[in-house]
Design a protein. Sequence first.
Length: 271
Amino acid sequence: MSDIYPAPSIVVGVDGSRAATNAALWAVDEAVSRDIPLRLVYVIDEMDSSDPGAHTGRLAAARAALHDAYRTVDATGAPVKVEPEILWGKPLTKLMEESRSAAMICVGSIGLNHACRGGGSTAAALAGSSLCPVAVVRRPPGRQATPHVSIIVAQVDNGMVLRRAFEEARLRGATLRAISVSQAEALRDGSDAGDGNRLAQAQMNRRLSRWTRLYPDVPVESVVVQGSVEEYLTANDEADQVFVTDSHTCEDLCGAYNAGRSVLAIRCSHL
């Protein structure tokens, strides 16, 4: 029965890169908060080489990468069970299979970069189509320490996205920054942009009021955004931010990813 219905875990795609190791560190809190294992998965693509002798080398590289990631997680001292595993196949295909039972998949923002969808990365393709939430974790340049999140960014339009954003902010002791895109430029009733912004702010405050009552311990900022979400994320590229979005909202997902942002993409039907 356990083979058909595997126990949930937090799955980390490991490939030997620093970005993947950073994703493993980021995933520790997710596993600890749920009291479930942290699975470190290295996927060996059998199509990478036609040389049979390369099998041994690829296997050795996988074991070394898993060992390094395991050692890094273990050094945190967190009370988490770590389960390393080597899989064979296409990285995207295998991680998609993992998403059927995983509570979350975490990957680095670089690495796992086999071409997908006309040049996109495995990480971006996975975030857009996974059956479970996917964290694409950015590694800020020069940072060596355990990743820290200070701000969780989310749009207010989707209640399920907001709930996950509040949960992440609470888990990581972060501030939630709620954003709403102003439609002021589209008004045709004689109102000026200031009126449109004030209307957007009032609507956002109403939407947030329920969540601030449910999560009184989470600090909240609200921002009315002019233009697009992508433009806002690009212009406000502060360190230690995570953007939470619906995996089906391609514009937001791609905008955050292209802006170099850590992204937590969720499927609303799985919340």
